[in-house]
Design a protein around this ligand. Structure first.
Ligand SMILES: [Zn+2]
Ligand SMILES: [Zn+2]
Length: 259
């Protein structure tokens, strides 16, 4: 049975588990290793059975727990070369753990087939991931300022996805952040707004995605209800019954969410 579960999801730390009967993969390790291990135990996975961590990019909310986790469990870390250079320095990652991948080139980890795709974000070379397990596709796309055609085609036909619903644009514009930071978040290499996420969710639902989790919410510029309402409204406007045609959830900051 597939487990697709966010363990942590917000601007302050991200970690997601995808498991089948053979393989356990984490996508990002952006909170402390001890917090990751606590959550893994809650969902019935022993941390020493994690086969790999797939890293999206080098920002600390995606790699904060990586070094300790790898040192303790000798977990393999997959990232593209630009991201890997940064995380070997920033997270003092033991180089023996490193596995270099390239966006667009499929690779396998045990029973799972995986492909990374580029996401426009102000980092070295940010990616999202598509993972095929037990004959179905699962997708992750957070930290993306806009929705590109290649992202869309990568995410098409996924059974379930975790997508970014970072901020309510009005809250961000009128909120306390300094102007340059607001400008960065709103840019095409920043983060995805609730409205853009709602459009993405609807597009994926049209192509058959059944389960959608909204994640990586900003703690200062969003609320769970604003993110949920934006996506739910656009899905309903396109004749989807939320809760039956499409299961829509908001991934909480530090509680597990089964996608
Ligand atoms: Zn992030
Ligand atoms: Zn980031």
């Amino acid at each position: 049975m597939i487990k697709f579960i966010t363990l942590y999801s917000s601007s302050s730390g991200n970690c997601t588990l995808l498991s089948d009967s053979d393989t356990n993969i984490l996508i990002d390790a952006g909170v402390s290793a001890s917090k990751i291990c606590d959550s893994l135990h809650k969902v019935g996975v022993d941390p020493c059975e994690i086969d790999a961590v797939l890293v999206t990019h080098e920002h600390s909310d995606h790699i904060a727990g990586l070094r300790v986790l790898c040192k303790k469990y000798h977990t393999a870390v997959y990232a593209n070369s630009a991201t890997m250079e940064h995380i070997i320095c920033a997270a003092s990652l033991p180089s023996g753990c490193a596995r270099i991948i390239s966006a667009g080139t499929p690779f396998a980890i045990r029973s799972m087939q995986i492909k990374a795709f580029a996401t426009p974000h102000d980092s070295a070379a940010s990616v999202g991931y598509i993972i095929e397990a037990e004959g179905k596709k699962y997708g992750i796309a957070t930290d993306t300022g806009t929705i590109t055609k290649s992202m869309l085609s990568s995410l098409a036909l996924c059974e379930a996805v975790l997508i970014e619903s970072n901020h309510d644009e009005q809250m961000l514009r009128s909120g306390p952040y300094p102007y340059p930071l607001k400008k960065r978040i709103l840019s095409d290499s920043g983060h995805l707004s609730n409205d853009k996420c709602a459009w993405l969710a609807t597009q994926l639902a049209i192509w058959g995605t059944k389960r959608i989790a909204l994640g990586h919410l900003s703690e200062h510029n969003n609320t769970e209800s604003k993110a949920y309402e934006a996506a739910s409204r656009m899905l309903s406007d396109n004749n989807f019954t939320v809760g039956s045609d499409v299961i829509l959830k908001v991934a909480p900051k530090d509680e597990i969410c089964i996608i």
